[in-house]
Write a protein that binds this ligand. Structure first.
Ligand code: SF4
Ligand code: SF4
Length: 197
């Protein structure tokens, strides 16, 4: 197995600025504008900042199968999930892939929760996406973000150590994240009836 291109497209600071210029309140832009025709602002606002695509991935040379690790790219801040040198990322990490509509169609390893992949597959954005919830914190609340879940930065790991860090959670939906809406808070248990005196 050899390290494969990680990814990705990164703009975490403009999530709130991506509301459509040409959509009605009833029909948000991501339901009406194809990926290839989105404005740069709309496109950038789709990134939920989860950081999953910035985890190091390994590719099986024989099968082409991609496996995620819980090790972050050397430029990934494991707490904020931000790229620490976004403007120069491709100079520093040459295999960082810039997401484009064409790339989204051909890359097979985007996480199933990634907005670009979801829309490319004709699906809607989930309740925890900041464009839906209005709050970037829901990405963490829903268990999508890698914040606090990385085991370190790639520079500290050799290939065999990376293999020991292969994990499946970046390729799965956390419980409840696929629901149409956020789960309601659990109701308090009924108080036990008073015992007879
Ligand atoms: S997986 Fe998709 S939504 Fe998450 S950080 Fe990467 S590009 Fe953005
Ligand atoms: S260079 Fe930045 S955007 Fe690219 S994979 Fe690394 S952390 Fe992510």
């Amino acid at each position: 197995m050899v390290p494969a291109p990680r990814s990705s497209f990164r703009r975490r600071d403009r999530l709130a600025s991506g509301m459509p210029h040409d959509a009605t309140p009833q029909e948000p832009f991501w339901r009406t504008v194809p990926l290839a025709r989105m404005t740069p602002e709309q496109w950038e606002s789709l990134c939920d900042g989860c950081g999953r695509c910035c985890l190091v991935k390994l590719e099986d040379e024989d099968t082409g199968e991609i496996a995620y690790t819980d090790i972050g790219c050397r430029l990934l801040d494991g707490e904020t999930c931000r790229c620490t040198d976004y403007p120069n990322r491709q100079a520093q990490v040459p295999d960082c892939v810039r997401l484009t509509p064409e790339a989204v169609m051909t890359i097979g390893w985007l996480p199933p929760t990634c907005a670009y992949r979801l829309l490319d597959e004709g699906k809607d954005l989930p309740w925890w996406h900041p464009l839906v919830s209005g709050d970037p914190a829901t990405v963490t609340a829903a268990g999508i973000s890698v914040s606090g879940r990385t085991a370190g930065s790639e520079d500290a790991f050799g290939l065999m150590e990376l293999i020991a860090h292969v994990v499946s959670w970046p390729t799965r939906w956390p419980r409840g994240a696929k629901a149409r809406t956020a789960a309601a808070p659990r109701s308090r248990r009924k108080p036990a009836p008073d015992r007879p005196a």
